[in-house]
Design a protein around this ligand. Structure first.
Ligand code: C5P
Length: 222
């Protein structure tokens, strides 16, 4: 059976990582969360009080930073210079700052280089914003996941409550909309559906429904 590359893009909190992980597991492929890489760099920049507008400082920092994505039974772990930052990179301050770090061309070039290196053999499911358009333009399957801002904020809100985290639905809506705006309007590799990506609106679909739709696309290609 041929090992293909699967690109899953879409706006914030559209369920990309949830379905990407399941698809990867079903196929015994590697799952790569590219957002976690931008989040890890952002976390380091915040801890070191770097200027998030300073492209050269951020690039220099990235070049001396090791970001590792490691599967485990608790889900994917993220290591920053050998420190486990899996939880820290989901903090609100990191979430709301990452779009600023991800705007810079030099930062993106280095991230894309690393991401492409993970995918040279195929057998990957990669999620992000620019996977189908820039990172893996030759991916055999490209999916663009969509859902209304209301739906995405409500899902995230329920997740927070389940985990016992404080959560404010109206604030989540604003933050998600703001992230989408910055990610879609940036000059370098903005959030955009690739021409050959299949759009899936998940607003009224369950997770298994979305996985099933993607698996149909996969089986057309392998
Ligand atoms: O996917 P996630 O929400 O974790 O991504 C966090 C942020 O990282 C996004 O809002 C976006 O600014 C940036 N990102 C990106 N390109 C990717 C993945 C994430 O610019 N491929």
């Amino acid at each position: 059976e041929k090992k293909i590359s699967i690109a899953i893009d879409g706006p914030a909190a559209a369920g990309k990582s949830t379905v990407a992980k399941i698809v990867a597991e079903k196929l015994s492929y590697i799952y790569i969360d590219t957002g976690a890489m931008y989040r890890a760099l952002t976390y380091k920049a915040i801890v070191n009080q770097l200027d998030l507008e300073d492209e050269d400082v951020l690039l220099e920092t990235l070049l001396s930073t090791v970001i590792k994505l490691q599967p485990s039974d608790k889900g994917q772990l993220v290591f920053l210079d050998d420190r486990d930052v899996t939880n820290e990179i989901r903090f609100a301050e990191v979430t709301n700052s990452t779009s600023y770090v991800a705007k810079h061309q030099k930062v993106r070039e280095e991230m894309v280089r690393r991401q492409q290196a993970f995918a040279t053999e195929g057998g990957v499911v990669m999620d992000g914003r620019d996977i189908g358009t820039h990172v893996l333009p030759g991916a055999e399957v490209k999916v663009f996941l969509l859902a209304s801002v209301e739906e995405r904020a409500e899902r995230r809100h329920n997740e927070n409550i389940q985990k016992g985290f404080p959560s404010d639905l109206e604030k989540l809506k604003e933050e998600i909309a703001r992230r989408d705006k910055i990610d879609s309007e940036r000059e370098v590799a903005p959030l955009k559906k690739a021409d050959d990506a299949v759009e899936i609106d998940t607003t009224s679909l369950t997770i298994p429904d979305v996985v099933e739709k993607i698996m149909v696309l996969v089986h057309e290609r392998i």
